[in-house]
Design a protein around this ligand. Sequence first.
Ligand SMILES: [Zn+2]
Length: 244
Amino acid sequence: MTSGISRRAFLIAALGAPSLVAASHRERELCGVRFRELRGVGKSAARRYLVIHGDEFTARDVLTAHLQATDGFGLVVTGKTRHVTVRGLELDPNRMYSRIGAEASLRKLNPEAPDSRILATLGWLDRRREKLLRRLTPGEGGRLFALHNNRNYSIQDEIAASDAVALNEPDKPRHFFLCTDPRDFSILKGSPYNAVLQTKAEPDDGSMSRLAARRGFRYVNLECAIDDFEGQMARVRWLETHLA
Ligand SMILES: [Zn+2]
């Protein structure tokens, strides 16, 4: 059994530290969150990639390695924790893509914060959100692909909210694709992997899938159990080979 740390050490040894450093372009803060910008080979604006939760180190390692040989633009959160701190308040960054979602997350994670502070932080986020969303919105015909890891969450938690489900790997419920475009689902359901389709914009929980449904761009999210680098990379490669 290889631990996450030795896996990363192995990767750095295998890929060479200089090339990993070369892929790590500049860092920037967007909507209160610090990201590393990763530019793959080529200059396509059509393919965007995202790792938003700092404690999901396998997703970060997979995307960093993947963009060494793929066209596209990625944002990878630099922090190591699931939540970020915005103006002194804790926030789940995967719920900040709308004001409604950010408010629910701020109130849940900061129950002692006065109303005035929550509202001031929401206004601050409102003024910065579009700049982040512009970087995440794919160009014409493109897609946004987000990578996540889980520790106690599975496809079973998404079935009720989904329009369609393909349970191709019932023994691996923590590994699954979530997509928002029916054409992508029709391809993913023919894969060896699990997939769900979610097309509805409501209820708005501030998540990326709801935003993608509202704005009409293609979004695919890949959830994998933490610390399965090969498993997550195999699914990324399958998607890149089969989805336009
Ligand atoms: Zn996540």
